[in-house]
Design a protein around this ligand. Sequence first.
Ligand code: MTE
Ligand code: MO
Length: 224
Amino acid sequence: MGRRIVLGMLGLGAAGVAVGASLQREVGEVLAPVGGLGNVLPAAGGFRYYTVTGSVRRRSPREWRMTVGGLVERPRQIGVDDLARLPQTVLDKDFQCVTGWRVPDVRWAGVALPDLLDVIGVSPRARAVRFTSFDGVYTESLTLGQARRRDVLIATRMEDVPVTHDHGGPVRLCVAPMYGYKSLKWLGGIELTEQVRPGYWERRGYDVDAWVGRSNGRDDAPIA
Ligand SMILES: Nc1nc2c(c(=O)[nH]1)N[C@H]1C(S)=C(S)[C@@H](COP(=O)(O)O)O[C@H]1N2
Ligand SMILES: [Mo]
């Protein structure tokens, strides 16, 4: 059986079996506060809804604004209309949480991060990008090199519909080649910085460079 199929089955509920007992135990412990508080809900299509803050206040696409600042030439606020005017990118990628569940072939659409970086103008001193969530707590970051990949999206659509509130809408990040925790939900701000500032889960022990299959204790070939 191919690796893809095995992991696909994991996503369908066999989590905990094939990930490797020790890693699973470790990850389970670190993530326990999340699940333990009932914030991980099974959801349609194999996804689970994750939040570290309990409920998050809804923002409609109309009221949504993202602050873009730090080491940029043109600091500004960006709305969904601004995103809609930029070139749109579609990606079909497997979505994999570091705890083992996986959803194959998820369709994402939105603005490729490098296209947005071109619009805002990255200053020469910038080396990293920091993302904040309007949940008020969650953060993430990428090196500038990672942020210039075309499979990193400012996503406005998921599975051919606007990103739902539970999935982090109206606008979330999709970092396709990395584990799910890099794909920050409820995007509220982007800041260009001199250095990577480790995000929420990274300050709690997860790898900053979260390549699927090649991080967090996994040494198998990349599967994304
Ligand atoms: N703001 C925020 N973004 C987040 C998280 C979170 O708790 N809060 N969880 C991360 C993790 S661990 C995963 S696997 C994915 C889950 O995405 P989903 O809730 O749409 O399934 O969101 C990521 N982005
Ligand atoms: Mo995750």
